[in-house]
Design a binder for this molecule. Structure first.
Ligand SMILES: Nc1nc2c(ncn2[C@@H]2O[C@H](COP(=O)(O)OP(=O)(O)OP(=O)(O)O)[C@@H](O)[C@H]2O)c(=O)[nH]1
Ligand SMILES: [Zn+2]
Length: 310
């Protein structure tokens, strides 16, 4: 029989069977993924084969993953933790106030998701409290990211504004929800699926670093179809085998121009006849996107992408 892993505690897994029944299972044998050392062989979102034994259910096989996101362990073991697998899309929740999400963070997230082949939808939350200036900024940012190719939605989770639009995007898909602490992820998920009753917290409450490190992702079924994966404490994904020279491929508006650079290994920094720099000077590519590119290019410590708190 087959099922989908909706929760893992490390030794036990909750699996939703095809008949929608939920069972606890353990694993038998060893599962390895080529190329990476992981601390967890089975992750939320994995499609698994199970067999029923006298006492319990046992996972005997894992289907090849369509994609997965990892978090690199900070200790010396260099092992990675698979946060979730088989994701259709990421919802990046951002706010232009209380707290401010900077484009440095947004772009790092988008580039990471591109590298994992996960489409991202940018969800601007808390529009109910934006000032006129912030509303202008919202319009500008939405236009820029839409032009690049990202779907953008402006909502208020608290006032339940534009939630239907978001539900349409989420319907029948498996979405992973990410964003800074305090942007309203729990509020949004509760508003979309009230039976979840996730704990929300005042943004003034400080979140000590490492507090969430042992929290595992969890998958919830949506009443209107689809799943969401909540990743408590994970602000962004870690990257594996990230080749700096390929960074500009993940900036979608740069990717389109790469063939026009004079040197085919152009890094778009100080090479002559660079199509990217030319596009920045004409305004075709936004300067802040280019600056974020340079900042990611020069910042080769992967940990910095993740925990700097952009
Ligand atoms: N004004 C306004 N406040 C909101 C909105 N959405 C969430 N909030 C508030 O923002 C604060 C943080 O919300 P949470 O839902 O706990 O944020 P979170 O992203 O889950 O935070 P972590 O659990 O720390 O990752 C709470 O006080 C919410 O009431 C919104 O649309 N408008
Ligand atoms: Zn170039």
């Amino acid at each position: 029989m087959q099922g989908i892993v909706i929760k893992s505690t490390g030794s036990w897994y909750s699996v939703r069977l095809e008949n929608e029944k939920q069972v606890d299972a353990r694993i038998q044998g060893k599962f390895r993924i080529k190329g990476i050392k992981t601390t967890n062989p089975v992750a939320v979102g994995d499609i698994v084969t199970l067999k029923e034994t006298e006492e319990n259910y046992v996972i005997t096989d894992i289907q090849d993953r369509k994609n997965y996101v990892i978090r690199k362990s900070v200790n010396l073991s260099k092992r990675s933790h698979i946060i979730a697998a088989n994701i259709d899309q990421a919802l990046l929740i951002v706010t232009l106030s209380h707290p401010t999400t900077y484009t440095g963070f947004i772009d790092r997230f988008l580039i990471t998701a591109e590298a994992y082949h996960i489409p991202t939808i940018i969800v601007f939350n808390k529009i109910d409290i934006y000032t006129e200036a912030e509303k202008e900024k919202l319009t500008k940012l939405m236009a820029i990211y839409t032009k690049i190719g990202y779907k953008c939605v402006a909502i208020s989770a608290l006032k339940e504004a534009n939630i239907e639009e978001l539900k349409t995007i989420m319907k029948d898909k498996t979405s992973v929800v990410s964003g800074h602490s305090g942007v309203g992820k729990s509020t949004l998920l509760n508003c979309i699926e009230p039976k979840l009753k996730l704990k929300t917290s005042e943004i003034s409450e400080s979140h000590s670093q490492g507090k969430h490190t042992t929290t595992f992702a969890e998958m919830y079924e949506l009443n209107f179809g689809g799943f969401i994966i909540d990743t408590p404490g994970v602000k962004a994904f870690g990257l594996i085998d990230f080749d700096k020279n390929e960074l500009s491929h993940y900036f979608l508006e740069m990717r389109a121009l790469l063939n026009e650079c004079h040197f085919n290994n152009c890094q778009h920094i100080n090479e002559p006849k660079c199509a990217i720099k030319a596009a920045v000077s004409t305004g075709e590519i936004e300067e802040f996107r280019y600056n974020n590119y340079i900042s990611m290019y020069t910042d080769d410590e992967e940990e910095n992408y993740r925990d700097k708190g952009y």
